[in-house]
Design a protein around this ligand. Structure first.
Ligand code: SF4
Length: 182
C-alpha cells in the first residue's frame, strides 16, 4: 500500500477505521506523518495485524528505512505555492537513493532522514533533514545537507537548481565521500 507522506486512502483507510472502531484504540498523530495505535491488548494484536494487512498496510519491518523516516509536504497539486513536486515525487527519489547506495556498497541498514518540499516555505521541515530537497523550479531543488537523525541541528545549503534527472550524478560524489571518510 502506498501510505507514504501522510496519505492513507482506499482499502487501507477502511481497514484502519475498522480496527480502531472494533477495539476502541487510542490513536496519536505524530509530527512525522505517522499514526501510533496505542493500548492494544496482547490478545488482540494478531487480529489487529491481520486486519491491517488485509487492507494492504505493511508491517513497519517491511518498509525501507529511507521510506519510513522520510517526509514531504503536499506541494503539487494541492498547494498553490508549490513550484515543483514533493509528496508525489519523494517515493521515487527514495527508491533511486536506495539503488545508488546499494551500487556504492552501502548495506541495507544505511539510512538517513530525507525531506522534500515544493517551495522554500519548508512545511516538511527540510532544513533539519540530513538530506533535504527544497523546490526552486520545475523538477529542480535546492539541496541541504548536515542535519542530524533526531532533528536538533540545522542543515546547510549545499547546491541550487539540482535537476531531478541529474540526481544520481549529483549525489554519487557526496555518498562516496561519506562512505570513505565518515
Ligand atoms: S512547503 Fe511550499 S509547496 Fe509545500 S506545502 Fe508548504 S507552502 Fe506548499
Amino acid at each position: 500500500m502506498d501510505a507514504q507522506n501522510g496519505r492513507i486512502k482506499g482499502e487501507a483507510k477502511k481497514a484502519l477505521r475498522a480496527v480502531i472502531e472494533k477495539y476502541g484504540i487510542p490513536v496519536t498523530i505524530t509530527a512525522n506523518q505517522n499514526l501510533i495505535l496505542q493500548e492494544i491488548e496482547p490478545a488482540a494484536k494478531p487480529d489487529v495485524l491481520a486486519m491491517l494487512a488485509a487492507g494492504g498496510i505493511r508491517d513497519v519491518a517491511e518498509w525501507d528505512s529511507l521510506e519510513r523516516t522520510s517526509m514531504a509536504c503536499p506541494a503539487l497539486p494541492l498547494c498553490g505555492l508549490a513550484v515543483t513536486e514533493a509528496e508525489r515525487g519523494l517515493p521515487d527519489i527514495n527508491v533511486r537513493i536506495r539503488a545508488l547506495l546499494t551500487k556504492l556498497g552501502f548495506g541495507a541498514d544505511t539510512t538517513f532522514i530525507v525531506r522534500m518540499t515544493g517551495c522554500p516555505n519548508g512545511c516538511a521541515r527540510p532544513y533539519m533533514a540530513e538530506l533535504g530537497f527544497v523546490g526552486d523550479g520545475p523538477n529542480s531543488y535546492q539541496v541541504y545537507i548536515g542535519g542530524n537523525p533526531n532533528q536538533t541541528r540545522l542543515s546547510e545549503l549545499y547546491a541550487d537548481r539540482v535537476k531531478v534527472k541529474d540526481l544520481e550524478a549529483f549525489l554519487e560524489p557526496i555518498f562516496v565521500h561519506y562512505r570513505d571518510n565518515r
